[in-house]
Design a protein around this ligand. Sequence first.
Ligand code: GRF
Length: 245
Amino acid sequence: MRNILILASGSGSNAAALVEYVKTKMPGTRIAVGCNRTPEKAGVYAKMEKLKVDTHYLPSPGMDFSAMRNFLANSDVGFDLILLAGYMRILPDDIVEKHNIINIHPSILPFVYKGSENAYKDALDNGDLKTGCTVHRVTPDVDGGQILAQIGFEIPDKVLADYDLDTLKAIGLAHEHALYPLVMRNLLQNNRKDFSINMSTVQFIAGQLLKSRGLNIVMKNYQTIIPSTDKENPSVFKSWNAKVR
Ligand code: GRF
């Protein structure tokens, strides 16, 4: 039996993608969900209700994480993995150091928008031609932990032309929803430290999700994983994101 905790603060679409994946593909995994905001302010409660999963209210006013600490200490299970899914709080070091925590961030780390709360908007505002999402380990260095998997893609012309942030977010989220569950499965089932994600699978799933969400956008020119060893060499991102037009 595996136990996971998903922490979210907002709409909870990644949380829902993770829960749906667990329910269909990883039977025997127990899920708990926590949110630092009230149901009026966070869509994750409604999404979880539909999926028949309870959401625990774990407020963290200021730097007071006692609700979270109590929840972690009193839960009858130890969590094998904690997944941050749009959790908009920086967890204190003691919690981070004690648990196995991963996060999904809507940019190509470590090159751009580390720590940003709205990285797809940053990408549009800066006229980037490419963006993507990264799953990484959570360490005290915010968005700076080991990169586990990432996918990059070209921002379609349609989005650039219309300057449509909602469309870009929908595209980005489809990729997040395709990628994050696969990383979770790798970490939990195979207990692998190193693993590879088949990017064509991610692209295929993201494409299906886009279609099912009524977005007729054909994604092209995907980039495969940028090795985290390139951290010292931002020129890799610069050339990857070169404004070719
Ligand atoms: C996602 O873009 C995620 O990468 C970022 O916050 C957003 C959360 O969206 N960390 P949702 O609440 O999962 O819909």
